[in-house]
Design a protein around this ligand. Structure first.
Ligand SMILES: [Fe+2]
Length: 379
């Protein structure tokens, strides 16, 4: 690691303000921040310097590993391709989401998820990766194999977050059966008759498995110090259940009511960055923008488009009244870092990790020009 690096003439996005100045990096940490024009070092020519983004829920790795039905890519190559897109999107810390509990939507197995987890672990240890990688286990509690699959990750210290989700028809994201039909009947190409049978099966699985697995998983996560997230909470009752189970992050609440109750209970409310950029939810739920306007939103996540994370921060500061760039950047840096207990990153401050991104805004799109992780250039 290089001993010293100076970044000059940058619009530095601090926690609550933007200043024009320079940053000194020493031994991978931020050693000094000073205001005014400097000379020498790396001249930013007025570009922005923001903290490296922190991503809690990306589903993006799966597509590299299983690019077509029944096609499988080498897991290490898949991790490298995913990592490259993550880093060039300005993300320096990422929780890669792996499925635990397979519903019909997945044509993958628990063993394959473990294989991807191993490819990440091995790649971290061999210093192949640009971003700092951890795991987020997406636990489909309605699936019969959820708890058993979770045990494939026993003793894996890379797991930082687990979300408890139930995608059976009639539940949460799919309270409305028409939305469910739109999503699954078309995707699985089922006749009306077969689709009805499918729904009955999924509802029976949820009735049998969801409550006991939710309880068992939340107990296990508390014991292991894994932060818990609820998923697609729709009602105050869902939020009350989440509080009882020690949930800390409310992922993708589907209604204003659930987001308000989560916020009031001190949960960190997370929404999708694609929802911000697209101007609404793809499944007809509450919009992230509405939550921001009510002051309920804490964290954004790129979900299925890595680049949406940085895009949403700049887009929001340009389009939402009362949201300055520093406010929007906190949603993708400091807040997600804090929610999983990482207090060494997510903000440009003396002593923090030099995880940094140089950005120039062009045609309203943030162009990621350079990325450093612990002072080392990775993009
Ligand atoms: Fe969902």
């Amino acid at each position: 690691m290089s001993a010293e690096l100076i970044l000059n003439n940058a619009k530095i996005v601090l926690e609550h303000e933007v200043i024009l100045g320079s940053v000194l990096i020493r031994d991978g940490r931020i050693a000094d921040i000073s205001e005014g024009l400097g000379s020498g070092g790396d001249d930013f020519e007025g570009d922005y310097l923001i903290p490296g983004l922190v991503e809690l829920h990306t589903d993006h790795l799966e597509g590299h590993y299983a690019p077509r039905p029944r096609v499988r890519w080498n897991p290490i190559a898949a991790v490298l391709a995913h990592d490259a897109q993550i880093a060039t999107s300005g993300i320096t810390t990422v929780l890669d989401a792996l499925r635990v509990g397979m519903d019909e939507d997945a044509d993958m197995t628990a063993e394959e998820m473990r294989k991807l987890g191993n490819a990440i672990e091995d790649s971290v240890n061999q210093d192949r990766l640009r971003a700092d990688h951890y795991l987020h286990l997406r636990c489909e509690v309605s699936a019969p194999d959820c708890l058993a699959s979770f045990h494939h990750f026993d003793g894996d210290s890379r797991v930082k977050l687990a979300s408890l989700m139930d995608h059976a028809p009639g539940q949460r994201q799919f309270v409305n059966l028409e939305t469910y039909a739109y999503y699954y009947q078309r995707k699985l190409k089922l006749s009306d008759h077969d689709f009805n049978l499918f729904c009955e099966k999924r509802m029976a699985q949820s009735a049998e498995n969801s409550a006991p697995q939710r309880k068992a998983l939340s107990d296990l996560c508390r014991e292991r110090g894994i932060v818990l997230a609820s998923h697609d909470d729709a009602t105050v009752a869902h939020v009350e259940e989440a509080i009882e189970q020690g949930i800390h992050v409310a992922e993708f609440p589907t209604t204003l009511e659930a987001a308000a109750a989560s916020k009031e209970a001190g949960l960190a409310v997370l929404m999708g960055a694609p929802n911000v950029v697209r101007g609404g939810s793809h499944s007809g739920n509450v919009s992230a923008r509405e939550l921001v306007e009510h002051g309920y939103l804490d964290i954004l996540s790129s979900d299925y488009i890595p680049f949406s994370l940085i895009q949403s921060a700049f887009f929001m500061s340009e389009t939402v009244d009362g949201i300055a760039l520093s406010d929007a950047v906190r949603l993708v840096t400091k807040n997600p870092a804090e929610s999983i207990g990482f207090d060494d990153r997510g903000v440009i401050e003396v002593g923090k990790r030099a995880d940094l991104v140089r950005v120039r805004v062009d045609e309203h799109i943030p162009v990621v020009r350079t990325v450093w992780r612990e002072g080392r250039r990775v993009v």
